[in-house]
Design a protein around this ligand. Structure first.
Ligand code: AMP
Length: 373
Protein backbone atom coordinates (compact mmCIF):
# COMPACT_ATOMS: atom_id res chain seq x y z
CA UNK A 1 0.00 0.00 0.00
CA UNK A 2 1.19 3.52 -0.72
CA UNK A 3 0.03 6.90 0.60
CA UNK A 4 -2.10 7.62 -2.52
CA UNK A 5 -4.26 4.62 -1.71
CA UNK A 6 -5.18 6.17 1.62
CA UNK A 7 -7.21 8.85 -0.20
CA UNK A 8 -5.12 11.70 1.07
CA UNK A 9 -5.31 15.17 -0.43
CA UNK A 10 -2.51 16.42 -2.66
CA UNK A 11 -1.01 19.00 -0.22
CA UNK A 12 -0.53 16.22 2.34
CA UNK A 13 0.80 13.68 -0.18
CA UNK A 14 3.32 16.27 -1.32
CA UNK A 15 4.47 17.04 2.24
CA UNK A 16 4.72 13.37 3.19
CA UNK A 17 6.77 12.64 0.11
CA UNK A 18 9.12 15.51 0.96
CA UNK A 19 9.63 13.88 4.36
CA UNK A 20 10.95 10.91 2.44
CA UNK A 21 8.14 8.54 3.40
CA UNK A 22 7.24 6.10 0.67
CA UNK A 23 5.00 3.55 2.37
CA UNK A 24 2.64 4.08 5.29
CA UNK A 25 3.61 2.15 8.42
CA UNK A 26 1.30 -0.59 9.74
CA UNK A 27 -0.44 1.69 12.23
CA UNK A 28 -0.90 4.35 9.54
CA UNK A 29 -2.40 1.82 7.14
CA UNK A 30 -4.87 0.57 9.68
CA UNK A 31 -5.77 3.79 11.52
CA UNK A 32 -5.94 6.48 8.81
CA UNK A 33 -8.97 5.12 6.88
CA UNK A 34 -11.05 4.88 10.07
CA UNK A 35 -10.07 8.33 11.28
CA UNK A 36 -10.92 9.84 7.89
CA UNK A 37 -14.50 8.57 8.17
CA UNK A 38 -14.85 10.04 11.64
CA UNK A 39 -14.55 6.95 13.82
CA UNK A 40 -13.09 6.94 17.32
CA UNK A 41 -9.91 4.89 17.48
CA UNK A 42 -8.28 2.87 20.23
CA UNK A 43 -4.70 2.42 19.07
CA UNK A 44 -2.20 0.12 20.67
CA UNK A 45 1.17 1.30 19.39
CA UNK A 46 4.53 2.29 20.75
CA UNK A 47 6.61 5.30 19.85
CA UNK A 48 8.61 4.45 16.78
CA UNK A 49 5.74 2.86 14.88
CA UNK A 50 4.78 6.06 13.08
CA UNK A 51 1.77 6.63 15.31
CA UNK A 52 2.10 10.43 15.32
CA UNK A 53 1.60 10.61 11.57
CA UNK A 54 -1.20 8.04 11.93
CA UNK A 55 -3.27 10.64 13.77
CA UNK A 56 -1.73 13.91 12.54
CA UNK A 57 -2.25 13.25 8.82
CA UNK A 58 -5.98 12.45 8.92
CA UNK A 59 -6.64 15.25 11.44
CA UNK A 60 -4.99 17.77 9.12
CA UNK A 61 -7.03 16.46 6.23
CA UNK A 62 -10.36 16.53 8.10
CA UNK A 63 -9.84 20.01 9.52
CA UNK A 64 -8.68 21.45 6.22
CA UNK A 65 -11.75 20.07 4.45
CA UNK A 66 -14.20 21.58 6.91
CA UNK A 67 -14.01 25.34 7.33
CA UNK A 68 -13.69 26.59 10.91
CA UNK A 69 -16.99 27.52 12.51
CA UNK A 70 -15.27 29.46 15.29
CA UNK A 71 -11.92 30.95 16.09
CA UNK A 72 -11.61 28.59 19.05
CA UNK A 73 -9.25 25.61 19.12
CA UNK A 74 -10.63 22.74 17.00
CA UNK A 75 -8.25 19.92 17.87
CA UNK A 76 -6.54 19.09 21.14
CA UNK A 77 -3.69 16.63 21.50
CA UNK A 78 -2.82 15.76 25.06
CA UNK A 79 0.62 14.26 25.59
CA UNK A 80 2.62 13.58 28.77
CA UNK A 81 5.91 15.38 28.17
CA UNK A 82 7.28 18.59 26.81
CA UNK A 83 9.58 16.67 24.43
CA UNK A 84 6.69 14.75 22.94
CA UNK A 85 4.64 17.95 22.62
CA UNK A 86 7.44 19.61 20.67
CA UNK A 87 7.94 16.54 18.50
CA UNK A 88 4.25 16.27 17.67
CA UNK A 89 4.13 19.97 16.83
CA UNK A 90 7.06 19.47 14.47
CA UNK A 91 5.22 16.61 12.80
CA UNK A 92 2.15 18.80 12.27
CA UNK A 93 4.41 21.44 10.77
CA UNK A 94 5.95 18.92 8.37
CA UNK A 95 2.75 17.23 7.18
CA UNK A 96 0.71 20.45 7.19
CA UNK A 97 3.23 22.68 5.45
CA UNK A 98 0.96 23.18 2.40
CA UNK A 99 -2.18 23.75 4.47
CA UNK A 100 -3.29 26.88 6.25
CA UNK A 101 -4.02 25.31 9.62
CA UNK A 102 -2.35 26.83 12.66
CA UNK A 103 -0.87 24.72 15.42
CA UNK A 104 1.28 25.20 18.49
CA UNK A 105 2.56 23.32 21.51
CA UNK A 106 2.10 24.43 25.13
CA UNK A 107 3.88 22.88 28.10
CA UNK A 108 5.07 23.77 31.57
CA UNK A 109 8.50 24.72 32.81
CA UNK A 110 8.68 27.90 30.73
CA UNK A 111 6.93 31.26 31.11
CA UNK A 112 3.44 31.21 29.63
CA UNK A 113 3.54 34.66 27.96
CA UNK A 114 4.79 33.57 24.57
CA UNK A 115 2.46 30.59 24.41
CA UNK A 116 -0.52 32.77 25.30
CA UNK A 117 0.31 35.37 22.69
CA UNK A 118 0.64 32.71 19.97
CA UNK A 119 -2.76 31.36 20.93
CA UNK A 120 -4.33 34.82 20.78
CA UNK A 121 -3.59 34.82 17.07
CA UNK A 122 -5.99 31.85 16.72
CA UNK A 123 -4.94 28.21 16.77
CA UNK A 124 -6.64 25.26 15.07
CA UNK A 125 -4.56 22.47 16.57
CA UNK A 126 -3.21 22.63 20.11
CA UNK A 127 -0.68 20.16 21.45
CA UNK A 128 -0.46 20.32 25.23
CA UNK A 129 0.76 18.72 28.39
CA UNK A 130 -2.05 18.42 30.97
CA UNK A 131 -0.72 20.78 33.68
CA UNK A 132 -0.12 23.83 31.52
CA UNK A 133 -3.36 23.24 29.64
CA UNK A 134 -5.47 23.26 32.80
CA UNK A 135 -3.55 26.21 34.13
CA UNK A 136 -4.37 28.34 31.10
CA UNK A 137 -7.99 27.18 31.09
CA UNK A 138 -8.37 28.17 34.75
CA UNK A 139 -6.93 31.58 34.02
CA UNK A 140 -9.58 32.02 31.35
CA UNK A 141 -6.95 32.24 28.62
CA UNK A 142 -8.03 29.16 26.72
CA UNK A 143 -11.34 27.67 25.63
CA UNK A 144 -11.55 24.00 24.70
CA UNK A 145 -15.33 23.79 24.56
CA UNK A 146 -15.39 23.78 20.74
CA UNK A 147 -12.97 20.90 20.26
CA UNK A 148 -13.93 18.63 17.34
CA UNK A 149 -11.00 16.19 17.57
CA UNK A 150 -9.31 15.00 20.73
CA UNK A 151 -6.19 12.83 20.87
CA UNK A 152 -4.91 11.24 24.04
CA UNK A 153 -1.34 10.23 23.29
CA UNK A 154 0.74 7.79 25.33
CA UNK A 155 -2.10 7.13 27.77
CA UNK A 156 -0.15 4.54 29.77
CA UNK A 157 2.71 6.96 30.36
CA UNK A 158 0.20 9.61 31.36
CA UNK A 159 -1.03 7.24 34.06
CA UNK A 160 2.49 6.28 35.17
CA UNK A 161 3.38 9.94 35.54
CA UNK A 162 0.38 10.57 37.76
CA UNK A 163 -1.60 12.69 35.28
CA UNK A 164 -4.79 10.64 35.43
CA UNK A 165 -6.77 13.25 37.41
CA UNK A 166 -5.65 16.04 35.13
CA UNK A 167 -6.65 13.98 32.10
CA UNK A 168 -10.08 13.36 33.58
CA UNK A 169 -10.51 17.06 34.33
CA UNK A 170 -9.69 17.93 30.73
CA UNK A 171 -12.05 15.30 29.34
CA UNK A 172 -14.83 16.64 31.56
CA UNK A 173 -14.62 20.07 29.88
CA UNK A 174 -14.53 18.72 26.32
CA UNK A 175 -17.76 18.73 24.33
CA UNK A 176 -19.42 15.30 24.17
CA UNK A 177 -19.82 15.54 20.42
CA UNK A 178 -16.26 14.99 19.23
CA UNK A 179 -14.00 12.45 17.59
CA UNK A 180 -11.54 10.84 20.01
CA UNK A 181 -8.32 9.00 19.26
CA UNK A 182 -6.65 7.16 22.09
CA UNK A 183 -3.12 5.79 21.87
CA UNK A 184 -1.23 3.68 24.35
CA UNK A 185 1.76 1.35 24.10
CA UNK A 186 0.22 -1.08 26.56
CA UNK A 187 -3.40 -1.85 27.40
CA UNK A 188 -3.64 -2.93 31.04
CA UNK A 189 -7.00 -2.94 32.83
CA UNK A 190 -6.63 0.64 34.10
CA UNK A 191 -6.02 1.94 30.59
CA UNK A 192 -8.95 0.01 29.15
CA UNK A 193 -11.19 1.54 31.82
CA UNK A 194 -10.02 5.03 30.94
CA UNK A 195 -10.43 4.30 27.23
CA UNK A 196 -13.97 3.01 27.69
CA UNK A 197 -14.91 6.15 29.57
CA UNK A 198 -13.84 8.52 26.82
CA UNK A 199 -14.28 6.66 23.52
CA UNK A 200 -17.50 6.00 21.65
CA UNK A 201 -17.75 2.73 19.79
CA UNK A 202 -14.06 2.79 18.85
CA UNK A 203 -12.29 0.82 16.17
CA UNK A 204 -9.33 -1.01 17.68
CA UNK A 205 -6.05 -0.88 15.83
CA UNK A 206 -2.98 -2.67 17.00
CA UNK A 207 0.51 -3.07 15.70
CA UNK A 208 2.96 -5.78 16.63
CA UNK A 209 4.92 -4.59 19.62
CA UNK A 210 8.33 -3.31 18.72
CA UNK A 211 10.05 -6.03 20.70
CA UNK A 212 8.62 -8.92 18.70
CA UNK A 213 9.61 -7.33 15.38
CA UNK A 214 13.06 -6.80 16.74
CA UNK A 215 13.40 -10.40 17.84
CA UNK A 216 13.63 -11.56 14.23
CA UNK A 217 16.81 -9.57 13.67
CA UNK A 218 20.10 -11.22 14.49
CA UNK A 219 21.65 -8.84 17.03
CA UNK A 220 24.95 -8.66 18.80
CA UNK A 221 26.93 -6.17 20.82
CA UNK A 222 30.68 -5.66 21.15
CA UNK A 223 32.12 -3.97 24.22
CA UNK A 224 34.88 -1.84 22.82
CA UNK A 225 36.82 1.25 23.75
CA UNK A 226 35.91 4.43 21.92
CA UNK A 227 39.27 4.60 20.12
CA UNK A 228 38.99 0.98 19.04
CA UNK A 229 35.67 1.32 17.22
CA UNK A 230 37.00 2.12 13.76
CA UNK A 231 39.45 -0.80 13.77
CA UNK A 232 36.67 -3.10 14.89
CA UNK A 233 34.40 -1.80 12.12
CA UNK A 234 37.12 -2.39 9.54
CA UNK A 235 37.60 -5.91 10.87
CA UNK A 236 33.89 -6.62 10.61
CA UNK A 237 33.62 -5.13 7.13
CA UNK A 238 36.54 -7.24 5.95
CA UNK A 239 34.00 -10.02 5.74
CA UNK A 240 33.30 -9.91 2.00
CA UNK A 241 29.89 -11.52 2.42
CA UNK A 242 28.68 -8.20 3.82
CA UNK A 243 27.76 -6.51 0.55
CA UNK A 244 26.24 -3.40 2.05
CA UNK A 245 26.24 -1.93 5.50
CA UNK A 246 24.41 1.03 7.00
CA UNK A 247 26.46 2.51 9.84
CA UNK A 248 24.96 4.91 12.37
CA UNK A 249 26.86 7.65 14.16
CA UNK A 250 25.48 10.16 16.61
CA UNK A 251 26.83 13.31 14.99
CA UNK A 252 27.34 14.74 11.51
CA UNK A 253 30.97 15.40 12.28
CA UNK A 254 31.40 11.81 13.46
CA UNK A 255 29.89 10.55 10.20
CA UNK A 256 32.31 12.57 8.05
CA UNK A 257 35.28 11.53 10.14
CA UNK A 258 34.39 7.87 9.90
CA UNK A 259 34.01 8.02 6.12
CA UNK A 260 37.53 9.45 5.87
CA UNK A 261 38.97 6.80 8.19
CA UNK A 262 37.28 4.00 6.26
CA UNK A 263 38.44 5.37 2.93
CA UNK A 264 42.02 5.29 4.17
CA UNK A 265 41.70 1.55 4.68
CA UNK A 266 40.26 1.07 1.21
CA UNK A 267 36.61 0.75 2.21
CA UNK A 268 34.42 2.96 0.03
CA UNK A 269 31.95 4.81 2.18
CA UNK A 270 29.69 7.84 1.89
CA UNK A 271 28.01 9.94 4.56
CA UNK A 272 24.50 11.30 4.61
CA UNK A 273 23.45 13.87 7.16
CA UNK A 274 21.65 17.16 7.50
CA UNK A 275 24.61 19.32 6.49
CA UNK A 276 24.79 17.77 3.05
CA UNK A 277 22.76 19.23 0.20
CA UNK A 278 19.76 17.29 -1.05
CA UNK A 279 21.76 16.44 -4.20
CA UNK A 280 24.72 15.13 -2.24
CA UNK A 281 22.43 13.01 -0.11
CA UNK A 282 20.64 11.63 -3.12
CA UNK A 283 23.93 10.79 -4.82
CA UNK A 284 25.23 8.98 -1.73
CA UNK A 285 22.03 7.02 -1.53
CA UNK A 286 22.08 6.11 -5.23
CA UNK A 287 25.71 5.04 -4.99
CA UNK A 288 24.84 2.85 -2.05
CA UNK A 289 21.82 1.34 -3.78
CA UNK A 290 23.85 0.63 -6.92
CA UNK A 291 26.71 -0.84 -4.88
CA UNK A 292 29.19 1.85 -5.90
CA UNK A 293 29.81 2.43 -2.21
CA UNK A 294 29.57 -0.43 0.23
CA UNK A 295 29.09 1.54 3.41
CA UNK A 296 26.68 4.36 4.11
CA UNK A 297 27.34 6.30 7.28
CA UNK A 298 24.25 8.09 8.52
CA UNK A 299 22.88 10.11 11.38
CA UNK A 300 19.40 9.27 12.62
CA UNK A 301 17.64 12.26 11.13
CA UNK A 302 19.15 11.77 7.69
CA UNK A 303 18.38 8.05 7.74
CA UNK A 304 14.67 8.53 8.37
CA UNK A 305 13.70 8.62 4.76
CA UNK A 306 16.01 5.85 3.62
CA UNK A 307 14.09 3.07 2.02
CA UNK A 308 16.31 0.29 0.78
CA UNK A 309 14.72 -3.09 0.34
CA UNK A 310 17.74 -5.27 0.50
CA UNK A 311 19.66 -4.10 3.54
CA UNK A 312 20.97 -7.05 5.50
CA UNK A 313 23.49 -5.28 7.75
CA UNK A 314 23.25 -2.38 10.19
CA UNK A 315 25.99 -1.19 12.55
CA UNK A 316 25.46 1.05 15.56
CA UNK A 317 28.89 2.62 15.66
CA UNK A 318 27.51 4.68 18.52
CA UNK A 319 24.47 3.71 20.53
CA UNK A 320 21.53 6.13 20.54
CA UNK A 321 20.46 7.86 23.77
CA UNK A 322 16.81 7.25 22.97
CA UNK A 323 16.10 3.50 23.10
CA UNK A 324 13.34 3.68 20.47
CA UNK A 325 15.93 4.97 18.01
CA UNK A 326 17.75 1.64 18.29
CA UNK A 327 14.60 -0.10 17.16
CA UNK A 328 14.24 2.30 14.22
CA UNK A 329 17.78 1.82 13.18
CA UNK A 330 17.85 -1.93 13.23
CA UNK A 331 14.35 -2.06 11.75
CA UNK A 332 15.99 -0.95 8.49
CA UNK A 333 17.22 -4.48 8.10
CA UNK A 334 15.34 -7.75 8.04
CA UNK A 335 12.42 -6.26 6.14
CA UNK A 336 9.96 -8.39 4.24
CA UNK A 337 11.20 -11.58 5.86
CA UNK A 338 14.83 -11.07 4.83
CA UNK A 339 17.63 -12.09 7.15
CA UNK A 340 18.89 -9.09 9.07
CA UNK A 341 21.97 -8.52 11.17
CA UNK A 342 22.48 -5.63 13.56
CA UNK A 343 25.81 -5.13 15.27
CA UNK A 344 26.28 -2.59 18.05
CA UNK A 345 29.41 -1.09 19.55
CA UNK A 346 29.20 -0.13 23.20
CA UNK A 347 31.94 1.80 24.97
CA UNK A 348 32.17 2.44 28.69
CA UNK A 349 30.06 5.62 28.47
CA UNK A 350 27.31 3.90 26.56
CA UNK A 351 26.48 1.15 29.02
CA UNK A 352 23.43 3.00 30.33
CA UNK A 353 22.16 3.43 26.78
CA UNK A 354 22.50 -0.30 26.22
CA UNK A 355 20.67 -1.02 29.46
CA UNK A 356 17.77 1.20 28.40
CA UNK A 357 17.62 -0.42 24.97
CA UNK A 358 17.49 -3.88 26.51
CA UNK A 359 14.71 -2.76 28.80
CA UNK A 360 12.68 -1.58 25.82
CA UNK A 361 13.19 -4.64 23.64
CA UNK A 362 12.75 -6.97 26.59
CA UNK A 363 15.89 -9.07 26.24
CA UNK A 364 19.66 -8.84 26.46
CA UNK A 365 21.56 -8.43 23.23
CA UNK A 366 24.14 -11.24 22.94
CA UNK A 367 27.68 -10.07 23.61
CA UNK A 368 30.28 -11.10 21.03
CA UNK A 369 33.48 -10.35 22.84
CA UNK A 370 34.42 -8.21 25.80
CA UNK A 371 37.24 -5.88 24.88
CA UNK A 372 36.82 -3.80 28.03
CA UNK A 373 35.83 -4.88 31.48
P1 AMP B 1 6.52 8.00 15.85
O1 AMP B 1 6.17 6.57 16.14
O2 AMP B 1 5.34 8.83 15.55
O3 AMP B 1 7.40 8.56 16.93
O4 AMP B 1 7.39 8.03 14.50
C1 AMP B 1 8.64 7.47 14.43
C2 AMP B 1 9.49 7.99 13.28
O5 AMP B 1 9.08 7.44 12.05
C3 AMP B 1 9.47 9.48 13.08
O6 AMP B 1 10.82 9.87 12.95
C4 AMP B 1 8.75 9.71 11.78
O7 AMP B 1 9.28 10.81 11.09
C5 AMP B 1 9.01 8.42 11.03
N1 AMP B 1 7.91 8.01 10.14
C6 AMP B 1 6.59 8.09 10.38
N2 AMP B 1 5.90 7.57 9.35
C7 AMP B 1 6.78 7.14 8.45
C8 AMP B 1 6.67 6.48 7.17
N3 AMP B 1 5.50 6.18 6.64
N4 AMP B 1 7.82 6.19 6.53
C9 AMP B 1 9.03 6.48 7.07
N5 AMP B 1 9.20 7.09 8.26
C10 AMP B 1 8.09 7.41 8.95
Amino acid sequence: MNFQELNLIQPILQAVSEEGYTVPTAIQQSAIPHILIGKDVLGCAQTGTGKTAAFAIPILQLLSQKPAATRAVRCLILTPTRELAIQIDENFRAYGKYLKLKHTAIFGGVPQGKQVSIMRGGIDILIATPGRLLDLIHQGLLDISKIEKFVLDEADRMLDMGFIHDVKKVVAILPANRQTLFFSATMPESIMKLANSILRNPVEVKVTPVSSTVKKINQSVYFVEKQGKTDLLVEILNDATILRSLVFTRTKHGADKLVKQLSRTGIYAAAIHGNKSQNARQKALDDFRNSRVRVLVATDIAARGIDIDDLPHVVNYELPNVPETYVHRIGRTGRAGLEGTAVSFCDAEEKDDLRNIQKLIGFNVPVVKAAIK
